[in-house]
Design a protein around this ligand. Structure first.
Ligand code: UDP
Ligand code: MG
Length: 312
């Protein structure tokens, strides 16, 4: 019988400081596995540093290292998506380039896979070298996400996981853009298995997830898994109407019964006007986040553009 094949997906964005080390560590682990074939797919997500140069040099001597190079930066989730669409393996592992997720765990994940688990996702028991801010915001995010979403999305997980070919085929059939992959992997079902690991510090370089990208990912996560924010707008509207009715009653009673002169009218009007304007603008903003995504889907532009592929 032919050996089973493992495909690794490694997205890279400005990772010149870690690319080679990452390749070596991953390679050592994969070479140590008996009875498995493998391929390593690195996606250069539009980095303009030496990432691609390093990868191309390594790929010259290793046909198992395959490179997909984007025409510009399309983001981490798009990079992983491109990887998923180009794998040929039976088991697919998604791993970060910065070695925060130790590749040495892959053999254990494979064992769980051989036992019939179809999605084996890493749960971060500890997270080394990450700021209190990141830990706090991540915690809040998963709390909010799970309270809004109908699918249970495990907290403290990232995209580090091993998935069966079947699951990847299912994910590849989904046409949606602005993906929140860890949510989708949960959403598709199948036999899910969690395993704990200690997340390491970044091997070198800085995070490629600045606040802006984190917020985008968080918004994608919430919006693609819940319509509750829209329903909350309705609640907010009712709440505002109740307050305004009370205010109107107060104003009318004050006027007709001359309880007080309402010379402080300016203050109350300003408060009411700014408060309601704020509520309305926030509502429009939430609405527009959904509309922007509908618009994005309707244009039907691709999620990413591949400039070239090597060793495919
Ligand atoms: N990444 C990417 N495109 C981006 C941002 C990040 O391909 O626009 C990759 C990055 O190179 C890394 C992975 O996504 O392999 C996770 O990013 P990072 O380690 O910076 O995120 P953090 O661990 O700080 O959340
Ligand atoms: Mg990282």
């Amino acid at each position: 019988m032919e050996n089973k094949k493992i495909s690794l997906i490694i997205p890279m964005y400005y990772e010149e400081e870690v690319a080679e080390q990452c390749y070596k560590r991953v390679k050592t682990v994969l070479d140590g596995l008996d009875n498995y074939n493998y391929e390593i797919i690195c996606i250069n997500d539009g980095s303009k540093d030496k990432t691609l140069e390093i990868l191309e040099r390594l790929a010259k001597n290793d046909s198992k290292l395959k490179i997909i190079s984007f025409s510009r930066n399309f983001g981490h989730q798009a990079a992983v998506t491109a990887g998923l669409r180009n794998v040929t393996g039976d088991a697919i592992v998604i791993i970060d380039a910065d070695l925060q997720d130790p590749p040495e765990l892959i053999p254990d994940m494979l064992k769980l896979w051989e036992q019939g688990n179809e999605v084996i996702y890493g749960k971060r028991k500890t997270r080394e070298g990450e700021s209190h801010f990141k830990l706090f915001t991540a915690k809040m995010f998963y709390k909010i996400l799970n309270s809004l979403s109908d699918v249970e999305i495990p907290k403290d997980t990232g995209d580090f996981r091993l998935v069966d070919r079947k699951v990847v085929d299912t994910i590849n059939k989904l046409p949606e853009h602005n993906k929140f992959l860890r949510g989708l992997f949960s959403w598709v079902g199948y036999n899910q298995k969690e395993f704990d690991y200690e997340r390491q510090e970044r091997f070198a370089g800085k995070t490629k997830y600045p606040l802006k990208k984190m917020l985008k990912l968080a918004a994608d996560g919430i919006i693609s898994f819940s319509t509750k924010p829209l329903k909350i707008l309705g609640m907010l509207g009712i709440f505002c109407v109740i307050i305004s009715v009370l205010l109107i009653m107060y104003a009318l009673i004050s006027y007709f019964f001359k309880l007080n002169q309402l010379s402080a009218g300016w203050t109350s009007i300003m408060i009411a006007v700014t408060f309601f304007a704020g509520v309305q603008l926030i509502s429009i903003w939430i609405l527009s986040e959904y509309i922007a995504r509908i618009y994005d889907e309707s244009r039907g532009r691709p999620e990413y553009i591949i400039k070239n592929k090597i060793n495919f």
